[in-house]
Design a protein around this ligand. Structure first.
Ligand code: SF4
Length: 278
């Protein structure tokens, strides 16, 4: 296989995703989120095109069953700023439609609405990520949360099921989650998935530079009292549970389904990736 790979090749022990495949139309991502988990990929914030992408994807598709779930994307955003110029993601969607695949989009960009016509003709679910309404320091080059809410509305107007990814949430920083959920519900989302920030060596360095006070307050919790899973450092379980329960309670009050991602807290009422919305 060239570009379509089985999801989670590392078999994370906390992952609750159904069987699916992962496809990143670009290498790297230019939204430049400071907490990004994918910056183990060299020169990651320099987003670039993939050579011979379309031909190789067609070859890959011949090797997997029809109606498979293809998740776009797990190590990058399928709508980086350069997508506006190149349109590679749109062309990939056209190919996936021909092969009758189910597509899960995960994005922080309102550019996804450009493809609403196509997505509404395929089996698709779009998950839009919003961490906080004050996202400029966390996600310096991503479209504003307002644009993302607007995108959810447009997608819903096209009858494309949407979910909100409130992820990652940060101890002492993510205080406006209720407002984010309320705005998401107004925009028509059907489900929420959330997850606490997992520190990795490289993202922690970036986070500490931007939020030195919070980093100071949480250092011991992550690196001395927390849990280590692979290359990620988790907050202690009781703190993560409390953070996720607060968000779940808001979702319960509004009657919207809730799941966590890689928390091992046994709190999920629906799929963690929105695939139940197909
Ligand atoms: S949008 Fe996702 S892949 Fe892109 S920089 Fe942000 S966290 Fe990383």
């Amino acid at each position: 296989m060239y570009f379509i790979r089985e999801f989670d090749p590392w078999k994370n022990k906390f992952c609750t995703c159904p069987k699916k495949y992962s496809l990143n139309p670009y290498t790297g991502c230019d939204h430049r989120c400071i907490y990004c988990y994918s910056t183990y990929i060299p020169n990651f914030y320099n987003c670039r095109r993939k050579k011979d992408l379309f031909r190789k994807i067609e070859k890959d598709l011949q090797k997997i069953p029809e109606k498979s779930i293809i998740s776009m994307s797990n190590s990058s955003d399928p709508y980086p700023t350069i997508e506006k110029k190149y349109g590679d993601t749109r062309r990939v969607l056209e190919i996936l439609k021909r092969y009758d695949m189910r597509v899960l989009i995960v994005t922080k960009s309102d550019l996804v609405t450009r493809d609403a016509d196509l997505l509404s003709e395929m089996r698709s679910v779009v998950t839009v990520t919003i961490t906080t309404l004050e996202s400029k320091k966390l996600e310096p080059n991503a479209p504003s949360p307002e644009k993302r809410f607007e995108a959810m509305k447009i997608l819903n107007d096209h009858d494309i099921p949407t979910a909100l990814r409130l992820d990652p949430v940060f101890l002492y920083l993510s205080k406006d989650y209720k407002k984010v959920i309320e705005e998401g519900i107004k925009a028509g989302i059907k489900h929420i998935t959330s997850s606490t920030y997992k520190a990795k060596k490289d993202n922690w360095i970036r986070f500490s530079k931007v939020y030195p006070e919070i980093a100071k307050k949480t250092y011991d919790l992550y690196f001395k009292k927390g849990t280590n899973v692979g290359r990620s450092y988790y907050l202690p379980e009781n703190i993560r549970r409390e953070m996720m329960e607060k968000i779940k309670n808001v979702c319960d009050n509004y009657g919207i389904s809730f799941a966590t991602c890689r928390e091992n807290l046994n709190m999920n009422s629906k799929s963690c990736d929105g695939s139940h919305l197909f």
